[in-house]
Design a protein around this ligand. Structure first.
Ligand SMILES: Cc1ncc(COP(=O)(O)O)c(CN[C@](O)(C(=O)O)[C@@H](O)C(=O)O)c1O
Length: 402
């Protein structure tokens, strides 16, 4: 009897499993709207020009293959946290933001959760929005957190249910950790307004809730890296000791390079050093130190004015193309096809995804009959749409809901 005969077959990942099903489909009309990865107007993956330029520059600069420090490339961390918090951030300028390079956003969440499970001086309970990115749940659960939910979307309108959100956060036990999507909420594409962020900050102060930000889409939501980073910057300005997870997967198209950071606001440089020493103690036995190539790419872009401004132009262009697809899809569904139901949320939502409101039976029919793939909860990655497939997609939705 094999040693592994008791190992059960696990279910495919709800998101990455969609890509496997898409690849297995041989129909030429197939469309993959599953994984949140940008595609250009021809449905192709997109390597940013500023990334290609950075790699050319890196060719000439001495880039040995030595180990990075446990917390990663120091100059990368400096530039990445400056991008996240902004030059006017007082904790940043006072040198009291503890930070480490991570294996993209997932790694930032995992290292953050592991650090808090070990050092957060209160019950390890975290409130995740309902719904949230599916991977948030196992990340925090496997790190030893009790995972709870706070209301987020109104399933009948696919818009924010802010009253229910406030009620749930107000009734959370003091010192609960609250996960907040900084921008481009996944899967709903619905973000609080600036005023609503103010209310959330006040509730966190009143209830002593710990704000744990996940910022996987800075610049990719509105096209502005400044506007998208408003929530964590505002919370830090209001005196919250935020935790912040950063990813360069989407906004720099570095999906497979796995580049991110995890950071925490502390009280002073001495506390920053203590916290970083404990981050190292968690990282060293996990993966020792992070991959260097992607961090050098991001650092080369962020430290040079010419590449930084080229990057800002490219990330805005990606955001704009997605916004155009939202408008086109809305117009085809409503004006051309008179598709039954309300579709305004497709336009009002922001970022990579649209929470269409399609139900499971629709998503199954769309995959099986129309060869259109999306997650079971009806989320579509808008960048999977382009001028050559958007009409077919809209027609498929129209027939699925009739
Ligand atoms: C809110 C959120 N946080 C963190 C991540 C982690 O991203 P990474 O580790 O690559 O930096 C994602 C990516 N989520 C997806 O875009 C998605 O929801 O399709 C996809 O990349 C994924 O891994 O699921 C995300 O949507």
């Amino acid at each position: 009897l094999s040693i592994w005969s008791t190992v059960p077959a696990g279910p495919p990942d709800p998101i990455l499993g969609i890509t496997e099903a898409f690849k297995a489909d041989k129909d030429p009309r197939k469309i993959n709207l599953g994984v949140g990865a940008y595609r250009d107007g021809h449905g192709k993956p997109y390597v940013l020009s500023c990334v290609k330029k950075a790699e050319q520059i890196m060719e000439n600069e001495v880039e040995d293959k030595e180990y990075l420090p446990i917390t990663g490339l120091p100059e990368f961390i400096k530039h990445a946290t400056l991008l996240a918090y902004g030059s006017r951030c007082i904790p940043l300028n006072e040198g009291r933001i503890a930070a480490t390079q991570t294996i993209s956003g997932t790694g930032a969440l995992r290292i953050g959760a592991a650090f808090m499970a070990r050092h957060y001086p209160h019950p390890k309970v975290i409130y995740l929005p309902n719904p949230t990115w599916g991977n948030h749940i196992p990340i925090f659960r496997d790190s030893g957190f009790e995972v709870r939910k706070y209301s987020y979307i109104d399933p009948t309108t696919n818009l924010l249910n802010f009253e229910a959100l406030k009620t749930d956060l107000r009734s959370a036990p003091e010192h609960s950790v609250v996960l907040l999507h900084a921008c481009a909420h996944n899967p709903t594409g619905v973000d609080p307004t600036l005023e609503q962020w103010g209310d959330i900050s006040t509730i966190c102060q009143e209830r002593r809730l710990f704000p744990f930000f996940d910022m996987a889409y800075q610049g990719f939501a509105s096209g502005s890296t400044t506007r998208d980073a408003f929530p964590p910057r505002y919370f830090a300005e209001q005196g919250h000791q935020v935790a912040l997870c950063q990813s360069f997967a989407k906004n720099m198209g570095l999906y497979g390079e796995r580049v991110g950071t995890f950071s925490l606001v502390t009280s002073d440089p001495e506390e920053k050093a203590r916290v970083e020493s404990q981050l190292k103690i968690i990282i060293r036995p996990m993966y020792s130190n992070p991959p260097s190539h992607g961090a050098h790419i991001v650092n080369t872009i962020l430290k040079r004015d010419d590449l930084y401004s080229q990057w800002e132009g490219e990330v805005k262009a990606m955001a704009d193309r997605i916004i155009t697809m939202r408008e086109d899809l809305y117009n085809i569904l409503t004006k051309d096809l008179k598709t039954p139901g309300e579709w305004g949320h497709i336009k009002s939502q922001i970022g990579m995804f649209s929470f269409t409101g399609l139900k499971k039976e629709h998503t199954v029919a769309l995959a099986e009959k129309a060869h259109v793939y999306m997650t079971a909860d009806g989320r579509i990655s808008m960048a999977g749409l382009n001028p050559s497939n958007i009409a077919y997609f809209a027609e498929s939705v129209n027939s699925a809901v009739r």
